[in-house]
Design a protein around this ligand. Structure first.
Ligand SMILES: [Zn+2]
Length: 136
């Protein structure tokens, strides 16, 4: 388990370091893990890059802040004994998934569901999914 802790701490320090050095020109780092939003995200970044370079800095910062939060949360759960358990459904996260993304908080199934929800919120106007809430 020390290996995981070291890796989490290393990744945490790296992410914080990047945040500190985040200047005007920012390279968009590859998103961690085999998450399906990688390619659409890259496409969108290319579009943004042509027009608003400043927005990329914000997007990258958001990604890094999110990663820092997940990494520190993972370290907390490592201390509390909840590490490796999906925070959504309580099932064990597969070792392969943890190996690929040590800070991951959810199993593949829950992550997929969350990604879809997040993707909907980002890609479409809120009107698109709002009616679903009205219908219950
Ligand atoms: Zn789950």
């Amino acid at each position: 388990m020390d290996t995981i802790r070291q890796r989490l701490e290393h990744d945490l320090h790296t992410a914080i370091d990047r945040l500190r050095h985040l200047g005007g020109a920012v390279a968009v780092e590859e998103l961690p893990g085999p998450i399906g939003i990688n390619l659409p995200f890259a496409d969108r970044v290319d579009e943004i890059q042509a027009s608003e370079r400043r927005d990329i800095g914000c997007a990258t910062r958001e990604l890094l802040v999110g990663r820092v939060n997940r990494l520190s949360a993972a370290l907390d759960r490592l201390d509390e004994g909840g590490y490796g358990t999906c925070v959504e459904c309580g099932e064990a996260i597969s070792p392969a998934r943890l190996h690929a993304v040590p800070e991951v908080q959810t199993c593949v199934r829950c992550q997929d569901r969350l990604d879809r929800l997040e993707g909907l919120g980002r890609q479409f106007a809120w009107e698109t999914i709002a009616p679903q809430f009205d219908e219950g």
